[in-house]
Design a binder for this molecule. Structure first.
Ligand code: ZN
Length: 217
């Protein structure tokens, strides 16, 4: 079972949740930015499973007024969102193709090569200065700055590669899925959905590829 550390947006408090359900740790309250948690409810003998904002569950004073949402309603909204994307498959595929081209066109591989070259030069220079007992502070500082810059560029590349993979994953799903979904699928949610926010009766589903769909429950 995977565990995730979730930091509460407002209080900065850290919580640990198990990800037994695909929706644990990806459903957020738009009002207070806390996560929604799955709860078994027993309302005068009527049993149901609901999702509720954690800040409402844990605090005695109800600072957040987020509505509780029934699990079947939440699942239904997600199925509808996925089906909406499937219905407009061609439009979304065209959009994803455009996005992937934009991502690939940002040529960021070259800068690291340039930085490496410059770093090598500076290291030689530093060595020369040190050997001749000259001041090398400026050179050392520049090396430090370039190393940081290289880190940043590499991180950006990795993020870009991640996004490219997520777009490809969504494209593959849209191409392979022949018909609309009839039932909620936890595995599919893990595969496709990045984040869900709930505000009043509106559920916003953000796919990992960046596609966003809003549904009323
Ligand atoms: Zn809340």
């Amino acid at each position: 079972m995977r565990r995730a550390n979730i930091r509460n947006g407002k209080t900065g408090k850290k919580r640990v949740y198990s990800n037994k359900y695909a929706l644990s740790s990806i459903v957020f309250c738009k009002e207070c930015e806390d996560v929604f948690r799955r709860v078994h409810w027993n309302n005068r003998g009527y049993r149901s499973i609901v999702w509720r904002c954690v800040s409402r569950l844990e605090r005695k004073t109800h600072l957040c007024s987020a509505e509780t949402i029934r699990e079947d309603e939440l699942h239904q909204a997600i199925v509808q969102a996925i089906n909406e994307v499937l219905t407009k498959k061609d439009d979304y595929l065209a959009m994803l193709l455009e996005n992937i081209e934009t991502v690939l066109n940002e040529n960021t591989d070259k800068p690291t090569a340039d930085i490496d070259e410059k770093l090598e030069e500076l290291q030689m220079e530093l060595l020369r200065l040190a050997n001749s007992r000259e001041d090398y502070d400026d050179v050392a500082e520049e090396i430090y700055r370039l190393r940081e810059l290289k880190q940043k560029v590499m991180l950006k590349n990795a993020t870009r590669e991640g996004l490219r993979q997520r777009i490809e994953e969504m494209t593959k799903f849209l191409q392979d899925q022949p018909q609309q979904l009839e039932v909620y699928d936890d595995l599919l949610v893990r595969r496709l959905i990045e984040k869900i926010t709930i505000y009043e009766r509106q559920v916003t589903i953000v796919f990992k590829s960046g596609i966003e769909v809003k549904k009323e429950v």
